[in-house]
Design a protein around this ligand. Sequence first.
Ligand code: CU
Length: 137
Amino acid sequence: MKKLLFSLLVAASSVVYAGGEAITVYKDANCGCCEGWVEHLRESGYKVNAINSEDMSAVKKRLGVPEKLASCHTGVAEASGQVIEGHVPAAAVAKLIAQPKVKGVSAPGMPLNAPGMGKLDGTLVTVDFSGKAFSKD
Ligand SMILES: [Cu+2]
């Protein structure tokens, strides 16, 4: 019961972040952590369309993800065209969407304290595509 209550609380608090925006996610078919991140976005209220791609580096190139900021999967906020690279927390996605001038944000590599990888611990820094710190969750 305690556990159920806790999950309800977590669900309720994460819903606050999202306005139900549609996000297309490109990922490799065999990527488990990518799937975990898709789940995290869905739980946070986003409408995710997940597309398997055989050539993620071509997708990243097309969407303008800087090579040194690359991670596994790549998301696109459909309404704005903003790019979300890697295991970016839902709160940071909401922050990005609220700032249309920011082209994209990344959690480079595969950080262990990121949604889809592990538990957020308050120290996960995402960066915008110029490499400047964007959020901390
Ligand atoms: Cu990953």
